[in-house]
Design a protein around this ligand. Structure first.
Ligand code: ZN
Length: 444
């Protein structure tokens, strides 16, 4: 089957490139799930009557309500806004060889060597002993310091290079350089850890944070660099966090541009997808049913179990997540007859999973047909895709948790190169057709 390029019949690419510019701004301004929740609420402000639920500042559900919900159901786009990163341990600070470092515990599936010797910024919150929440961002503005996990020099890495990639840079070796200036200039007995003392003074004077406050903190190390145009023709975007903020952003933009609605258009931004959709902000929780209950209540409809089930039975979901694009240098990891290609539009992924569809929800043919029809009618460039060759590996999304509720679900999002790396690549055309696809689905 022939795929159609997103660039076919595009004489003026301004609309596509402009959309990409605003997405790049969004990526650069928002590097954690909390920041994305705040920015999303700002995006929606004054733009219509939305029913919004902020779930512990890390997940968000937004709908354009309608009294017809019992007979129509909802059209839901569900993305996730957490991204693989490096978290600080509860007691991170230590001094070694007159250097202060931070102990970390990585979050989600990373190739650890990709995080060595790159500039990192710190984002997050610290709750002080009087339970004040301090928001911290260090390393984004020019002139602010950044942090890094220094790699070994090639001259002395003969042993290290023999290691398998899996063992190369162990979790306990991802220690972040945090300072080297001693408080006392002379080393005296009883005055140990002079560099650490100076760092603790700086934390206190600049941020009002004591060492123990770091126990009640969520501080994330993320790449300090900005998202950028990639390629001489500027047709691609490189950046941190496309997975899955590209879907979150496209979904919000789609919701804001819905012109006619048949069902209740809804966007869900989940947290914790990258670690299995766990916790009370992840998809494997009561977020969706609680939201439907509260939405019904707000519309003056009795939120009985039966009414909630009516809504679920009539609703359908796009699990909005990225997928693997066919890599020009490593095409062998995908089946080229079923792989998604960069620049050929949003991908319909019937199933994910691994080893014989394990852990996948596998969309029903009827629903695949329905979404296919919606995309075709709206002139959305789309293609099919699979997450890797059979038996090679694989992965999952929030789809199966939503399917468990009884919702119709299919995975659909843009293809990426270098997924989960600190600099993921996406085509501007694929971004635009992802937005177009989500808009058509929300309206359909
Ligand atoms: Zn994802």
């Amino acid at each position: 089957m022939d795929k159609i390029s997103v660039w076919k019949n595009v004489d003026d690419k301004t609309t596509i490139y402009d959309f990409a510019d605003s997405y790049i701004d969004f990526l650069n301004a928002n590097k954690t799930e909390r920041e994305v929740v705040n920015a999303s609420i700002q995006m929606l402000k004054g733009k219509g009557d939305f029913f919004v639920r902020n779930i512990r500042k890390k997940a968000l559900v937004v709908a354009k309500p309608s009294k017809d919900i019992l007979s129509t159901g909802m059209r839901i786009i569900a993305a996730h806004i957490d991204v693989p990163r490096i978290d600080l341990k509860p007691t991170p600070l230590y001094e070694e060889q007159d250097l202060v470092l931070l102990k970390t515990h990585y979050y989600g599936g990373i190739r650890k060597y990709q995080w060595l010797s790159i500039p990192l910024s710190i984002h997050g919150v610290v709750v002080t002993k009087d339970e004040k929440v301090k928001e911290i961002v260090i390393g984004e503005d020019e002139g602010e310091p950044v942090f890094t996990i220094p790699d070994l020099l090639p001259h002395l890495s003969r042993e290290q290079q023999e290691k398998k990639i899996k063992e190369f840079a162990k979790g306990e070796e991802l220690n972040v350089l945090f300072g080297s200036y001693p408080k006392e200039k002379k080393k005296e007995k009883g005055k140990e850890n002079p560099v650490l003392k100076n760092i603790l003074d700086l934390l206190e004077s600049r941020y009002g944070i004591e060492e123990e406050d770091l126990i009640s903190a969520e501080l994330e190390l993320v790449p300090a660099w900005k998202a950028r145009n990639v390629g001489l023709d500027e047709s691609l975007i490189g950046g941190y966090g496309h997975d899955d903020r590209i879907c979150a952003y496209s979904a919000l933009k789609a919701l804001l541009s819905v012109e006619k609605m048949k069902k209740v258009p809804t966007v869900i931004l989940f947290d914790k997808e990258e670690i299995g959709s766990e916790g009370n902000t992840g998809a494997n929780s009561q977020i969706v049913t609680d939201f439907i209950m509260e939405l019904l209540e707000s519309l003056g409809i009795d939120p009985t179990y039966r009414n909630i089930r009516y809504v679920i039975e009539k609703s359908s979901v796009i699990s909005a997540d990225v997928t693997a694009g066919l890599h020009p240098t490593y095409p062998e990891v995908l089946d080229k007859y079923n792989a998604a290609k960069i620049g050929y539009g949003i991908v319909l992924t019937k199933y994910t999973g691994h080893g014989g569809k394990g852990g996948s929800s596998d969309a029903h043919a009827e629903f695949v047909g329905e979404v296919r029809g919606i995309y075709n009618k709206a002139d959305v460039r789309w293609q099919t895709g699979e997450l890797g060759k059979v038996d090679l590996g694989g992965g999952g999304t929030v789809a199966k948790f939503l399917a468990q509720l009884g919702l119709q679900v299919i995975d659909s999002g843009p293809p990426l190169l270098a997924m989960h790396s600190p600099f993921e690549i996406v085509s501007k055309g694929d971004l635009f057709h992802t937005y177009k696809g989500y808009k058509a689905f929300l309206e359909g």
